[in-house]
Design a protein around this ligand. Structure first.
Ligand SMILES: [Zn+2]
Length: 278
């Protein structure tokens, strides 16, 4: 079956080499790259992994830095990778929403072929996902270009982990209320926002939103996917692996345990992503 991976990270070589220097001024980069689960991966390594596991294309992001200059360097890398691997790597650009230059960089990235923005990271980049003022400009640009934005979110319950952060379903819902016309993906199951789509008003409120499965093996039992389809949110769930920290094999095991129908698997593994990218 055709597979689109909606959430992977790739990193230019210099990031690994200059890790300590950059980490000294980017506290969340310090935290995440010191974590025992951290793995580095280049564009070439991503495509090799995709070939091996039968992934057709991947929405690839880098690291969402607080520093807008570093964001621009990340975008140069991912946009170049997309040119080198056309149709395989679909680039996502990072911007630091509250820093000068973010809006211009979003435009530059879209002009150069970025498929969307993301994975933006409230805690790491010091912006508030629920604040309309801070995100108005970049959401306006996404609308102008008909592009989507991917935000990191995490369930505000359960175990702590490096990079979990303090933004979850409540803030994601506030974003949808502030920007009902902005197409948005909330990573890591939207920090649980999908469950609230069983409330009629929340179904309506989240009509612009999708959720991805990134880090599923570390977070939820297989049956979360059955629950998502059971409450009618199956058209909102995108397969995303969070490669290189997790690979397709772990997800295949989980998917096999769900007993999802062929149609449901198609929606999860490519159909919903194709609609997002259309
Ligand atoms: Zn994330």
């Amino acid at each position: 079956m055709k597979i689109i991976d909606s959430h992977v990270h790739i990193y230019p070589e210099f990031l690994k080499k200059e890790r300590d220097k950059i980490a000294a001024r980017e506290p969340w980069f310090e935290l995440l790259t010191a974590s025992k689960v951290q793995k580095w991966g280049t564009a070439e390594e991503l495509v090799a992994a995709m070939d091996e596991s039968g992934v057709e294309s991947a929405l690839a992001t880098t690291f969402a830095f607080r520093d807008q200059g570093l964001c621009r360097e990340m975008n140069d890398y991912v946009l170049d990778a997309a040119r080198r691997f056309p149709g395989r790597i679909l680039p996502l650009a990072v911007v630091s929403p509250t820093r000068p230059g973010a809006a211009a960089e979003a435009r530059r990235a879209f002009d150069l072929g970025a498929a969307g923005l993301g994975e933006l990271f409230s805690d790491g980049q010091s912006f508030d996902l629920s604040c309309a003022e801070q995100l108005r400009e970049i959401c306006g640009i996404c609308g102008e270009y008909n592009k989507f934005v991917l935000f990191h979110t995490a369930e505000q319950a359960g175990h702590q982990y490096a990079g979990k952060g303090a933004y979850g379903a409540r803030e994601a819902a506030a974003f949808c209320r502030n920007f009902p016309l902005t197409r948005v993906v909330f990573a890591h199951f939207g920090g649980g926002l999908w469950a609230f789509t069983a409330m009629p008003e929340m179904r309506l409120l989240t009509s612009n939103a999708c959720f991805d499965t990134a880090a599923w093996p570390w977070l939820y039992e297989p049956k979360i996917l059955n629950a998502i389809f059971a409450i009618g949110a199956g058209d909102k769930i995108l397969f995303g692996s969070d490669w290189p920290i997790l690979g397709l094999a772990r997800y295949e095991k989980l998917i096999a345990q769900t007993g999802l129908s062929l149609e449901e698997k198609e929606a999860l593994l490519h159909g919903n992503a194709e609609r997002l990218l259309a």
